[in-house]
Ligand binder design. Structure first.
Ligand SMILES: *Cc1c(COP(=O)(O)O)cnc(C)c1O
Length: 453
């Protein structure tokens, strides 16, 4: 029997609107709070920090939000992305399961991040903003914003988590090539950075700390706004283009996923592939499972607490209702830099609390084993972040084999790993380890948080 390898969508069939799952949630996410007044945050309070168009999307309860034509035209540089039947991996696993993956690694920066960077730069541009600040972990978000800002003629400053700045210099070069200024965080540029360096002069940095610096740099300069690559509702909204395309592509081959998997940093690619399908659980009685794959060394979903917490380390953002390890949590220097974040988005957190999605923690060595198998059977070297999703997909496929059951598995390949080869080198030379997080460390951090009740 002939099987299809790549399922392609034509440009005209690319979705014209993003999907907002908040419209279909029975229990809506709790509001963000102003940390000063403890009152629900009002849109106006976010506008000094974010473009108004993005703030409006942050608060919207509309089911669909139209993709502006200029954004839609730019998406065509790399979208629609292929849906791929992982027939090589299926064969290697000898599984009755069908495995599909959505290949977001085909974007010019090699990850899904451009799906939100383009609209974020667009809304800033049309509102007359001149300068953008942002942070980046492993460099993917910074690279994506660099392209988007270059296209719209915006000047960009990127605070890059120091461990990645040192471990992954190539992404710094990518950002510079697209015209951005890249600063290792913590830095001496901001009061937040200086405070973090005073606490620990050898700090390897964290996403939370870099966010503090980028936020401060935005609010203390004129015509400047901040952008964030994950966690917030508007970012997740933009990423639903992944799942909306995948839905049409699965339709073309007459399959529907029994399980959908995405790796989890702040939740944008997991939500992007999942929410359009979760919509059918809510509205049409489908029973698909959704699994967020997080690193065992940064286990906010599986071992964190659902409380109000800051999105950054210093405490400059609104209070967000989320599963968190506490904003002081300093994750181990694992190679999946994009997953080293202490918290999660409020929508995903509510869905997890209500048992509508699942989470699973994966150990670093297991992720690389899965990544290498995937590279050897499918030909694409996955990003260290994406290997978390692959590891869970493999587990699900092996479970199907044990049970002798057919099952359709869909996961998101959030990015390729061609700029992360030092990580693979460390794995092959036996330098990588698993990291255990002591329960006492989690308890100590979350005990300081704002109580939800
Ligand atoms: C940033 C990133 C992630 C993690 O971020 P999410 O917002 O959770 O998607 C995962 N994979 C890749 C390739 C990334 O660049």
């Amino acid at each position: 029997m002939k099987t299809t390898k790549k399922i392609l969508l034509s440009e005209q069939d690319m979705p014209k609107a993003w999907y907002n799952i908040v419209a279909d949630m029975k229990n809506k996410p709790l509001p963000m709070l102003n940390p000063g007044t403890k009152q629900p945050l009002r849109p106006e309070e976010m506008e000094p920090l974010f473009a108004k168009g993005l703030v409006a999307q942050e608060f919207t309860t509309e089911r669909y939000v139209e993709i502006p034509d200029e954004v839609w035209q730019l998406y065509k540089i790399y979208r629609p992305t292929p849906l791929v039947r992982a027939s090589g991996l299926e064969k290697a696993l000898d599984t009755p399961a069908k495995i599909y993956f959505k290949n977001e690694s085909v974007s010019p920066v090699g990850s899904h991040k451009l799906n939100s960077a383009i609209p974020q730069a667009y809304y800033n541009k049309i509102e007359g903003i001149k300068h953008i600040t942002t942070e980046t972990g492993a460099g993917q978000w910074g690279s994506a914003m660099s392209i988007a800002c270059q296209h719209f003629g915006l000047d960009l400053q990127v605070y890059m988590v120091k461990v990645s700045y040192d471990q992954k210099p190539y992404r710094k070069f990518v950002m510079q090539t697209y015209g951005a200024e890249v600063i290792p965080s913590p830095s001496n540029r901001t009061a937040a950075g200086r405070a973090l360096l005073a606490r620990d002069p050898n700090s390897s940095g964290s996403l939370g700390g870099a966010i503090s610096e980028a936020v401060e740099a935005a609010v203390t300069h004129p015509d400047t706004r901040y952008t964030l690559g994950s966690v917030l509702n508007h970012v997740i909204l933009h990423q639903t283009i992944i799942g909306l395309e995948a839905e049409k592509q699965m339709d073309l081959v007459g399959d529907y996923p029994d399980v959908v998997i995405g790796c989890f940093g702040g939740g944008s690619n997991f939500s992007g592939i999942s929410f359009p399908f979760l919509r059918h659980n809510f509205l049409d009685g489908k029973t698909t499972r959704f699994i967020a794959a997080e690193p065992a060394s940064c286990p906010k979903l599986t071992r964190g607490k659902f409380e109000y917490d800051f999105g950054d380390t210093i405490g400059m953002t609104p209070l967000i209702p989320m599963f968190t390890l506490g904003h002081d949590f300093q994750p181990a220097d694992i190679h999946a830099g994009g997953l080293r974040y202490h918290g999660a988005g409020s929508i995903v957190s509510q869905l997890l609390k209500d048992g509508l999605i699942e989470a699973q923690a994966v150990k670093q060595l297991d992720t690389f084993e899965a990544g290498v198998l995937f590279a050897r059977t499918e030909g694409i070297i996955p990003a260290p972040e994406s290997t978390h999703a692959i590891a869970v997909a493999i587990q699900e496929a092996l479970k199907a084999k044990e049970e002798g059951k057919e099952k359709v598995i869909l996961f998101n390949l959030s990015g390729h790993g061609l700029i992360d080869m030092t990580a693979y080198d460390s794995y092959f030379s036996g330098k990588l380890t698993n990291y255990d997080v002591p329960e006492s460390m989690i308890q100590e951090n979350v005990s300081k948080l704002e109580k939800l009740t």
